[in-house]
Design a protein around this ligand. Structure first.
Ligand code: SF4
Length: 269
């Protein structure tokens, strides 16, 4: 059960801090997808959610659209990311429609938009996405096996639903891409060739990242490994140890798999 609160935000269109995008909009604080490896869980501190499980609360920024209308009117037109520390299409968006409202405002001034999600709810907004002169939609995929998705991304759309949504957006002529990350040692490798086969022809490129163990997420990850993947746990941990060479090997192999399929591929590690 997710606790839903309402908050006022001071600003909504902040500097993203990410190279290729100027602004980031996060209409919600917290994320129902509750990914075990989420790097954004530190956000709980800002809303007074210290000690609360990430994924168990969401605060709706009720004045987000009012703020955005004011901020978009005076900001230089540049790329806006939806979103950086929440999922803009988490289940609550179906009812609260803040992401849709943000798209409507961004569309008025034709801000270029980059959407990153793990939810097929993005399909609801195809009408607006189509009208933007520049809009790309990225889907995060960490594994092909949906039981891994269920273990690590319990609230997000299934792998099949994401792949289907990617295909449908691509068929609509919308630029789509896939973020393969964080690659979970050994678990993400299972079915990786099949995953790339499914992406072939639907995505313009893929971006691949490793699991970042510096962000304080290992206790949550270890708990899931202990409960669900006891046999993989030692291999998983050894892959993350300094000097293991695991991610270097993975990089070479993924690069080759992508090359064979004609998928442009970039690594952010
Ligand atoms: S979807 Fe993104 S923001 Fe939401 S819990 Fe997962 S990793 Fe975090």
């Amino acid at each position: 059960m997710v606790r839903v609160g309402e908050i006022q935000c001071k600003t909504i269109m902040g500097r993203s801090g990410i190279g290729s995008v100027e602004y980031a909009i996060n209409p919600y604080l917290g994320c129902q997808h509750g990914c075990v490896y989420c790097y954004a869980k530190f956000m709980g501190r800002w809303g007074g959610h210290v000690g609360e499980e990430w994924g168990s609360f969401v605060d709706v920024k009720v004045n987000a659209l009012e703020r955005l209308r004011a901020e978009a009117a005076r900001k230089r037109r540049d790329v806006v990311l939806l979103s950086s520390v929440t999922d803009p299409y988490q289940p609550l968006e179906r009812e609260r429609r803040l992401t849709r409202g943000c798209l409507e405002i961004l569309l008025e001034r034709q801000f270029p938009v980059s959407i990153l999600t793990k939810s097929d709810l993005v399909l609801r907004d195809v009408d607006l996405i189509r009208e933007l002169e520049s809009c790309e939609v990225g889907f995060t995929l960490t594994a092909y096996d949906d039981s891994v998705r269920e273990s690590f991304e319990p609230g997000a759309s299934t792998v099949g639903a994401r792949l289907d949504a990617l295909r449908r957006l691509s068929d609509e002529g919308i630029t789509t891409w896939a973020f393969l990350g964080p690659m979970l040692p050994h678990l993400s490798e299972e079915g990786l060739e099949e995953l790339l086969n499914e992406l072939t022809g639907s995505v313009s490129h893929v971006i691949v990242d490793r699991l970042n163990v510096k962000s304080g997420i290992m206790s949550r990850v270890s708990h899931v490994l202990y409960e669900r993947y006891p046999d993989t746990q030692p291999l998983f941990k050894s892959a993350l140890s300094k000097g293991s060479g695991y991610y270097s090997r993975l990089k070479r192999e993924v690069a080759e798999m992508c090359r064979l399929r004609g998928i442009p591929c970039n690594f952010v590690y």
